[in-house]
Design a protein around this ligand. Structure first.
Ligand code: UDP
Ligand code: MG
Length: 320
């Protein structure tokens, strides 16, 4: 088996982290370093990330850079990395050392046994995250796994993982524009196993994701892996119609036996407002799906590349 391993590292405004990252990789992965090449994907950084990586490229002969034309988001940056990585396997990791390089040794050993196509990291200690983030993340995994029947996300798992060529090829065949990579990884995992690790705090800089972007990310995840939110309205509709039928019978019998009672303002208002709300919510859900269909149908490229420099510069790009 060839042992070429590409580290795919998406970076967005990470000028302070790059050099520390490269040094740590050299130090901690010294035993397998000769098998490794590093592929940075610059996701439209507006700081000096590009020039810092260029300096690293001058000093190291195994580093490459895909420079994207603008900020396309981490999912698109990972996709660009996976479509260009040349290794027999790829490790996807963050540049902020929250995905500890030492864990890659365990990934590598498990991959070398030939028994696994995917080896993912499982965060056993999330104390580096706030309580709010832990709760919302936990709730999201539970909801996702409840709604999605075929694709189950392993809990406490991020993008940090090793995947072999078989998985990379499968991912590269997936053309969708709404790329919820955690779900896509799970969908195409083949034979998978997890390696527990403690996730440290970010060493330099700050997180690029706020709660609003995480909320949208969670919506993307659920809506691209299940149509249940769309279908549930038929059942709610049946439920409400049934209750309405019972209530209508009650009013009819009341009127027949006790005569017409004029008061009813409160009940009419509540029913109208309730149904208005239900209809708007269901329309909103349909809108969410239509918005995504619109994005898919435009068939725009997932990312645009400015240029590729370093180790991969003059290599063939078979996936383009
Ligand atoms: N990142 C990216 N594009 C973005 C946002 C983030 O490539 O639009 C990269 C970022 O530079 C880092 C990784 O994705 O290497 C994870 O980001 P971050 O550490 O902010 O996420 P968190 O660890 O807080 O989930
Ligand atoms: Mg981080």
């Amino acid at each position: 088996m060839s042992h070429d391993l590409t580290l795919v590292v998406p970076v967005y405004n990470e000028q302070e982290s790059i050099s520390v990252f490269v040094e740590t990789i050299k130090l901690e992965l010294a035993s397998i370093y000769h098998h490794i090449d590093i592929l940075f994907v610059n996701d439209g950084s507006t700081d000096n990330t590009h020039s810092v990586i260029s300096t690293e490229i001058e000093n190291n002969d195994n580093i490459s850079l895909i420079d994207l034309a603008k900020n396309f988001g981490k999912e698109a940056a990972m996709t660009a990395g996976l479509q260009h990585a040349r290794g027999e396997a790829v490790v996807i990791m963050d540049v902020d050392l929250q995905d500890p390089p030492s864990v890659i040794l365990a990934f590598f050993d498990l991959w070398c046994t030939g028994q696994y196509d995917t080896v993912y990291g499982v965060r056993v200690d999330r104390s580096a995250d706030t309580r709010m983030k832990r709760c919302t993340a936990g709730g999201f995994y539970k909801l996702f796994n409840l709604l999605s029947h075929r694709t189950k996300l392993p809990e406490n798992t991020g993008d940090f993982r090793l995947i072999n060529r078989k998985v990379i090829d499968a991912l590269n065949q997936m053309p969708e524009r709404n790329r919820f990579m955690k779900g896509m990884f799970a969908w195409s995992a083949f034979r998978a196993t997890g390696v527990p690790f403690e996730r440290p705090e970010r060493n330099i800089g700050k997180t690029k994701f706020n709660y609003w972007s995480l909320w949208n990310f969670a919506l993307d995840g659920i809506l691209s892996f299940t149509s249940w939110p769309l279908r549930v309205w038929s059942y709610i509709g049946f439920g409400i119609s049934f209750i309405a039928f019972l209530y209508a019978s009650h009013i009819l019998i009341d009127t027949l036996f006790l005569g017409v009672k004029v008061p009813g303002y409160a009940s009419i208002m509540s029913v109208i407002l309730f149904l208005g709300g239900v209809q708007l919510i269901s329309l909103g859900v349909i809108g969410e799906y239509i918005g995504r269909i619109f994005t898919e149908i435009k068939q725009r490229p997932i990312y645009l590349i400015n240029n590729i420099t370093g180790y991969y510069q003059d290599r063939d790009r078979p996936n383009e």
